[in-house]
Design a protein around this ligand. Structure first.
Ligand code: ADP
Ligand code: MG
Length: 704
């Protein structure tokens, strides 16, 4: 009976061919079902009427409803530029209503002297309230309207769609689509489950999400729809996990051997933190079970993830396997290579590096060495996933700063083996734990929640250009103390040339302002040749250059403990997690470090909130949660980058923690009884699960 849901949306009253094309193009809505799955993102109270004087710019209202009388009307412009203005007034003030389209239709409905209920999006022109294309009703119409709860859904839309449909257009066509249903929507959840979790029926839920009969009914509807969404994901990830656990084809690392022990006892320059030890232990436990390890290691910047990786890789080598670590940038790969060589100096282990810019000899050494098994540890960039790279027996893979890698790239690495290697994914972009559990239900999560001892919290402050002289003064002082400074400029793909100009201008300014012969300024950006980049980094690392002017290429991983100041130019153009990453480049030694955010005077509310948050806390997990909040539910996908994207319409795993917990438990219970969801009563559940299998862009099975 739900077949009507597959009907083309063009047959819904009020849609038709042209609008159907628009709905498809703008929101990928093609069927009646798609339309009913287009949920309001918020609700407004239609019983509330604002006095015009109260609708101020400062109130920042998205929609308002006013009740006002028409004073006069006016026309301006010609042809397509023509506009129709209606001047209205209530007891407190005046406003203008403006139409650019559908003028013929609206002018017939406007009568000077008459009172209307007007609803729309407020904007201001020279302090005067304006509503473009508002929805209007005469007071008679309002009175005859049947009593509703007063709540009206506001639907996500695009500029084009809004101008084609008007304020209430989406609401109308969804109401029309609803009226096409001839029977209740079939419910995927078994009666028993619904009762157990206090869930209303699906049909009722859909009705109330679009046309809430009361605040309580709306709450119930939201709960039900979120439950379905999150349950589908839970069933999906838990089934995957169960599947991995039946395979039992993980490599065994039973031995803690020579390398591991010697390194631990003689090479470690400092004691491991408790958190580092715990994670290493978790990895050791994983690698003796016979199951393939699939572990996500989250640790804030500077928490010492690299060392955990190195030690785990030695464990693999001790047991006769090769290990590799894949870094997101050339600079980072080179840095890992250098520090691995340093750490492993004098130990019987062969290390090689392979990157996109490896010269012939380096490349040959790496390729031949890993094919023959002579090279045991390989460090590299994306180059590691090329087909030419053939391991002899790859047993352990580390992926550093995982959020920089695309999914396919990751997946390709493990197809290099018959048997899947153990996988350790490391990230400093802290995904809130609850979210990680949802998204990575099939990954075990380790957290390094402790920084190496002796670190002083970084002091972060925010300045505008007016403070530039003071900034230079401060930098001079730090350099005089023997410290080093990063100055970072934004790099945004769409306007690379402009950013490049910012950077080079910045470089010149800095070179000019630091003219003393013993200061040296190095520069590093994406357009430089790898060799030149490397040379700049070397100068900075070895202390020959005191200042490094760079784009965000240095965002991840770079480790120069003597650098104590991070200046971020045009900081408002960076996202929160990026700012936090950049800040993590300092505060790596024992000295007090500083992060200085430079921005223009004028900032959007959001940019200001981001910069304020940076000044307030050093805690990456808190920033990550805040980031999600600032960007809102709709953007969860964007935050999670490729591969982790989930197509969630209504649930937000960070906010709906309770529902998430309930669905996790429900999924466990269901799968325990019926692991394959073959039971006839579970057909709907199987469909919920499949929906996510189909939507999921990442194929977890390839990772596991
Ligand atoms: P991240 O987790 O951001 O990748 P790194 O692995 O680059 O951090 O480590 C940051 C710095 O801390 C490095 O200089 C590293 O040598 C140092 N470090 C790592 N572990 C410890 C420890 N247990 N005690 C002191 N310093 C440590
Ligand atoms: Mg790192």
């Amino acid at each position: 009976m739900d077949s009507i849901l597959h009907n083309d949306v063009k047959f819904v009253a009020g849609v038709g061919e042209a609008r159907a094309r628009l709905l498809d193009r703008e929101l990928s809505i093609r069927t009646v079902g798609d339309l009913l799955n287009h949920f309001p993102f918020r609700y407004i109270d239609r019983t509330r009427i604002y006095p015009i004087a109260e609708v101020s710019e400062a109130a920042q209202l998205t929609y308002v409803q006013i009740r006002a009388r028409v004073l006069s009307i006016g026309y301006a412009g010609e042809g397509r530029k023509r506009r129709f203005t209606v001047y209205v007034q209530d007891a407190t003030g005046r406003a203008e209503l403006i139409w650019f389209q559908g003028i013929k239709w609206i002018e017939k409905r406007i009568e000077v002297g008459r009172e209307y209920l007007i609803f729309g999006r407020p904007s201001f022109y020279r302090g005067l309230l304006q509503l473009a294309h508002p929805e209007i009703e005469t007071m008679e119409q309002v009175l005859s309207r049947k009593a509703e709860s007063g709540m009206q859904g506001i639907y996500p839309s695009t500029e084009r769609l809004s101008s084609a449909l008007g304020t209430k257009g989406m609401y109308r066509i969804i109401a029309n689509a609803w009226s096409l249903l001839r029977a209740p929507l079939s419910d995927p959840l078994p009666e028993l489950l619904r009762r157990q979790y206090g869930l209303i029926g699906l049909h009722e839920a859909y009705y109330n999400i679009h046309f809430p009969q009361s605040a309580e009914a709306l709450r119930q509807a939201q709960y039900r729809l979120k439950f379905d969404e999150l349950l589908g994901i839970q069933l999906h990830v838990q089934s995957r996990r169960a599947d991995r656990m039946t395979r039992h084809d993980g490599f065994l690392f039973p031995k803690v051997g020579e390398l591991f022990n010697t390194f631990y006892q003689t090479k470690l320059p400092f004691p491991l933190t408790g958190a580092q030890k715990r994670v290493i232990k978790e990895i050791r436990q994983d690698t003796v079970t016979g199951f393939q390890m699939n572990r996500l290691l989250q640790g804030d910047v500077g928490s010492g993830k690299t060392l955990v990786a190195l030690i785990s890789m030695l464990l693999a080598v001790d047991n006769g396997y090769q290990a590799c670590i894949m870094a997101p940038t050339e600079i980072l790969a080179r840095q890992h290579y250098a520090s691995f060589l340093r750490f492993l100096d004098g130990l019987p282990v062969r290390v090689a590096i392979l990157t996109g810019s490896s010269k012939a000899k380096e490349r040959r050494t790496a390729l031949e060495g890993i094919a023959s098994g002579e090279v045991q540890l390989l460090i590299g960039t994306h180059a590691l996933i090329e087909d030419k790279v053939q391991f002899q027996n790859l047993g352990f893979v580390v992926i550093d700063e995982q959020h920089r890698f695309g999914v396919e790239q990751r997946a390709r690495l493990w197809t290099k083996n018959q048997q899947p290697p153990h996988i350790l994914v490391m990230t400093a972009t802290p995904i809130p734990r609850t979210l990680a559990m949802t998204l990575y239900g099939d990954l075990d999560v380790s957290v390094i929640d402790e920084l190496p001892p002796g670190r002083k919290p970084i002091q972060t402050s925010h300045y505008t250009d007016a403070a530039r002289l003071r900034l230079w003064g401060f930098l001079r002082k730090q350099i005089a103390l023997g410290r080093q400074v990063y100055i970072v400029y934004p790099l945004i793909a769409e306007s690379e040339t402009m950013d490049y100009k910012d950077l080079t201008d910045g470089y010149e300014a800095v070179s000019r302002d630091f003219p003393l012969p013993d200061y040296r300024v190095a520069i590093c950006h994406g357009k430089m040749k790898p060799a030149d980049k490397e040379e700049s980094m070397r100068q900075f690392k070895e202390g020959e250059a005191q200042i490094l002017v760079a784009t965000s290429v240095i965002e991840v991983g770079v480790d120069v403990p003597n650098a104590t100041v991070m200046v971020i130019e045009s900081a408002e153009r960076f996202g929160l997690s990026q700012l936090h990453q950049l800040r993590g480049r300092v505060g790596r030694g024992g000295e007090q470090s500083y992060c200085i955010l430079m921005s223009g005077e004028k900032l959007s509310r959001e940019s200001r909130a981001r910069l304020d948050a940076m000044c307030e806390t050093n805690d990456g997990f808190r920033l990550a949660e805040l980031d999600l909040k600032l960007r809102g539910a709709g953007d969860v996908n964007g935050t999670l980058q490729s591969g982790m994207a989930l197509d969630l319409k209504i649930a937000n795993p960070t906010r709906d923690v309770q529902v998430l917990t309930l669905t996790r438990e429900a999924a466990e219970q269901i799968l325990k009884q019926d692991p394959t969801l073959e039971h006839p009563a579970h057909r709907g559940l199987a469909q919920l699960r499949e929906r996510h299998t189909a939507q999921e862009r990442i194929d977890f099975s390839q990772i596991s």
